[in-house]
Design a protein around this ligand. Structure first.
Ligand code: ZN
Ligand code: ZN
Length: 343
C-alpha cells in the first residue's frame, strides 16, 4: 500500500450524524496488519452510538464498526498472516495484567477497550489491527455470512456459559439477530427452543429458520408450562432489555434452572426474586466472547449448521451509513444491516 494514499471512511460527528469522507490510509504499527475492510455489520451498540448514548466513549470524528470481515493487505513477516487472507476481527483491547485478565477473562478486562467504540473501528477501507486479534475465515464462507461471525460468537459464548445440552428446553426472550443466533446454536446443541418476540417481521423470519415462536398475543408463562409438562424450561436467555421479559424470565424456568442476562440493561429493573428463591435458580450475565467462542462460531458457520443468510436484511454502501442507521433505528422489517466497503 503506497503511503499517502487516501481512502473512504465514515466519521461520527455527534448524535444522529455520520459523514462519509476521505482520510489518509493509516500505516500499521508494530505487530499490526493493515486490513482492507470488506463488510461491517451494524448492531444495537452502533445504534446507541448513533443516538449519542456513548458520547463518553466515542470521540467526535471517530470511526466506529466492530463486526468486520476483511482481507489482509499487509501483515508483519512471521505473523502467520499474508496478503489476501480473509479474516474476522475480535475487536477487543485488554491490559493483560488486571484481575480479569489474570483469571483468563480478558474479554472482561477492567481496562477493556472495544475497537469500533473506544478505539477506531472498521467503517473505512483500510484498518490497522494487531495480528493477535485476527482469525482466518474458511473460503467456504461468503463475505456476507462471515460478517456475522462476531454476533455468532456472542451466541456461542452465551450458550456455552449457560451449559445448554441435549434435550434441554430453552426459552429465548427476543428474536433479533442475537436472539435468533442463540436459538440456532442451542438447537444445534440438541436443545428444543422457543423464541418470544413481538415484531411480526421477526416472527416470520424465526419461523423461516424453523424456530418455534410465541407472539405478543400469547401467554408465554402458560405456554412454557404446557410445553414442559409443568416443569419449566432448563434455561432462559433475556435478550430484549424489556421490563416485561425481565418480569417473566424467572417464572419460566424449572427448579435449579438458569437465567442468562444477555441484553444490555442500562437501568435497574424489577425481577421476581420469589421464583429465584423458591426454585433455587441461578442467574448470570453473559457478555462478549472468549477466543474459543470465536473458533466455535467459525466452525458452526463453515459447516452450515447455522443458517445465516436470512439474517442479512440489506447491504448498503458506506455512503448510506446515515440512512441505514436511521432505518435500523426505526425498527420494522430489519434484522441485520451490513455495510459493503467494496461497493
Ligand atoms: Zn455488535
Ligand atoms: Zn485486564
Amino acid at each position: 500500500m503506497a503511503r499517502g494514499a487516501t481512502m473512504r471512511a465514515a466519521f461520527y460527528e455527534g448524535a444522529r450524524r455520520f459523514r462519509t469522507g476521505t482520510a489518509s490510509v493509516p500505516a500499521p504499527g508494530p505487530g499490526e496488519a493493515l486490513l482492507r475492510v470488506r463488510r461491517v455489520g451494524i448492531c444495537g451498540t452502533d445504534l446507541h452510538i448513533f443516538q449519542g448514548h456513548l458520547d463518553h466513549r466515542v470521540p467526535r470524528g471517530g470511526v466506529i464498526g466492530h463486526e468486520a470481515l476483511a482481507e489482509v493487505a499487509e501483515a508483519p513477516a512471521g505473523s502467520g498472516f499474508t496478503a489476501g487472507d480473509r479474516v474476522v476481527v475480535e475487536p477487543l483491547w485488554f491490559c493483560g495484567a488486571c484481575r480479569a485478565c489474570r483469571m483468563g477473562g480478558s474479554y472482561l478486562c477492567y481496562n477493556l477497550k472495544v475497537l469500533g467504540v473506544d478505539l477506531p473501528g472498521g467503517m473505512r477501507e483500510y484498518w490497522p489491527v494487531p495480528v493477535g486479534r485476527l482469525l482466518k475465515v474458511p473460503a467456504v464462507l461468503g463475505d456476507d455470512h462471515a460478517a456475522l461471525i462476531e454476533p455468532l460468537s456472542v451466541a456461542t459464548h452465551d450458550v456455552r456459559r449457560a451449559r445448554v445440552g441435549t434435550g434441554d428446553a430453552v426459552v429465548v426472550f427476543g428474536g433479533g439477530p442475537i436472539g435468533a443466533l442463540i436459538a440456532m446454536v442451542a438447537r444445534q446443541k440438541g436443545a428444543r427452543v422457543v423464541v418470544a418476540e413481538v415484531n411480526p417481521f421477526r416472527l416470520d423470519m424465526l419461523a423461516t429458520l424453523g424456530l418455534q415462536t410465541v407472539g405478543p398475543d400469547q401467554d408465554l408463562v402458560g405456554f412454557v408450562n404446557d410445553w414442559t409438562g409443568g416443569d419449566g424450561a432448563d434455561v432462559a436467555f433475556e435478550v430484549t432489555g424489556n421490563p416485561k421479559a425481565v418480569r417473566a424470565m424467572t417464572e419460566v424456568v424449572r427448579v435449579w434452572g438458569t437465567v442468562s442476562i444477555v441484553a444490555i440493561h442500562s437501568e435497574p429493573m424489577p425481577v421476581n426474586l420469589y421464583q429465584m428463591f423458591a426454585r433455587e435458580l441461578s442467574m448470570h450475565g453473559s457478555r462478549l466472547y472468549a477466543r474459543e467462542d470465536w473458533e466455535e462460531a467459525i466452525r458452526l458457520a463453515a459447516s452450515g449448521a447455522i443458517t445465516l443468510g436470512p439474517l442479512v436484511s440489506r447491504t448498503i454502501p458506506l455512503e448510506a451509513l446515515q440512512e441505514g442507521m436511521e432505518q435500523a433505528l426505526g425498527g420494522g422489517p430489519v434484522m441485520k444491516l451490513l455495510v459493503d466497503l467494496t461497493a
